[in-house]
Ligand binder design. Structure first.
Ligand code: ZN
Length: 373
């Protein structure tokens, strides 16, 4: 365990280490005193030791600066506890533990963020600060999703750089110290990751849709619409992996960056797709998700500024929509104008930068929802 943690973080930071089992007056599972961890009676279990020992790095060597930074202690130790299983049972053993933590969070999420800034000066109740679902389970899962987002090379480079930083070793750290480390190592800006997963509550609720379209001549489109429907959290930007299986028994994994709601991806193949899976390895562990097959809009506006809604050639496929769901795409200024004949359609997606204008006195009938990006 010393070697495993030393390889991935930094050399064990103290000259010695011990564990002491206490009597039943000790109310906790373990307490990570520097170099001498306390554990409860008959608690000598591998997972608890892995957790408490990881605290020698995250908690004892680098201590959370305020209670608002408790993630740097408990989230890291809980993730490290899972990471120990990767040493003994391989990646799937690690991932099983992460999935277990995700279930714990999803089944009992109390709805606050991992870090609330006011905790820096006003200490919350112990059941808030050390809430298992948030501080431990969600905390570990967020570190896993950072690993997934960055990839192993950049993630472990970040962990090593953080652990070896002489400004932080044997001092304290704030979450910003860690997120700045991520930005420095990657040469990119990941503040959005921390804003949504650490400083905002809850998780994404996906209601995704896909469809297969036969383009003829053996060509097929796979269209994928990513929707997030949660109202108790902002939109979550995340890399998303999809798996597509084909009629010839081959398959492919595609990774895309989902940066806004109602984002659509279209993949074209020279073979027929037969099945579609969203996040097949459950890398975005903190989520709820549904996936439905079906066409989410059947017509796309291809006209330009001030062209008329009621002209067949302004739509793809050609023909004026009646009850179909339609998309007014971004790109060029796309502004269909409804002049004389009225207009009806199902749902309508108006992408950012596009719009629709209707002359006074014209009948308007939309049976579904109008979505503006
Ligand atoms: Zn702990």
């Amino acid at each position: 365990m010393t070697n495993w943690y030393s390889q991935h973080f930094c050399e064990h930071p103290f000259q010695k280490n011990g564990f002491a089992a206490l009597n039943s007056q000790f109310a906790w599972g373990g307490m990570e005193n520097q170099t001498l961890t306390s554990i409860c009676p008959n608690c000598w279990s591998e997972w608890l030791i892995a957790h408490e020992y990881a605290h020698q790095w995250f908690g004892d060597m680098i201590t959370c600066d305020t209670w608002a930074d408790i993630w740097l202690n408990e989230g890291f130790a809980t993730w490290s506890e899972n990471f120990w299983w990767e040493k003994t049972g391989g990646y799937s053993a690690y991932k099983n533990e992460i999935n277990y933590d995700a279930s714990s969070y999803l089944s009992s999420n109390p709805g606050w963020a991992i870090s609330v800034p006011s905790w820096a000066t006003t200490t919350p109740g112990v059941n808030t600060l050390f809430n298992y679902a948030i501080t431990y389970a969600k905390g570990a899962c967020v570190l896993h999703m950072l690993r997934y987002t960055l990839g192993d090379s950049l993630f472990f480079a970040t962990m090593r750089s953080y652990s070896n930083d002489t400004n932080l070793r044997f001092h304290s750290a704030r979450i910003a110290d860690f997120s700045e480390k991520v930005n420095m190592i990657t040469g990119d800006n990941y503040d959005w990751f921390f804003a949504q997963w650490i400083f905002a509550p809850n998780h994404p609720v996906y209601a995704n849709q896909y469809c297969f379209e036969n383009l003829g001549s053996g060509n097929w489109d796979v269209r994928f619409l990513i929707r997030q429907t949660q109202s108790n959290a902002p939109f979550f930007t995340m890399p998303v992996i999809v798996k597509i299986n084909f009629q010839d028994n081959t398959d492919t994994l595609i990774r895309v960056m989902n940066t806004h709601n109602y984002e659509e991806f279209v993949f074209t193949f020279k073979k027929q797709a037969t099945s579609f899976t969203f996040d097949p390895d459950n890398e975005i562990v903190l989520k709820r998700a549904t996936l439905t097959q079906g066409v989410f809009y059947t017509k796309t506006w291809t006209g330009a500024l001030s062209d008329d809604w009621n002209v067949n050639e302004n739509w793809s496929p050609t023909g004026v929509p009646a009850s179909e769901s339609v998309k007014i795409p971004a790109g060029l200024i796309r502004m269909p104008v409804v002049r004389n004949h009225g207009m009806s359609c199902g749902s309508m997606l108006i992408e950012s930068g596009a719009s629709l204008s209707v002359s006074a006195g014209v009948d308007l009938s939309i049976s579904g929802t109008v979505i503006r990006q």
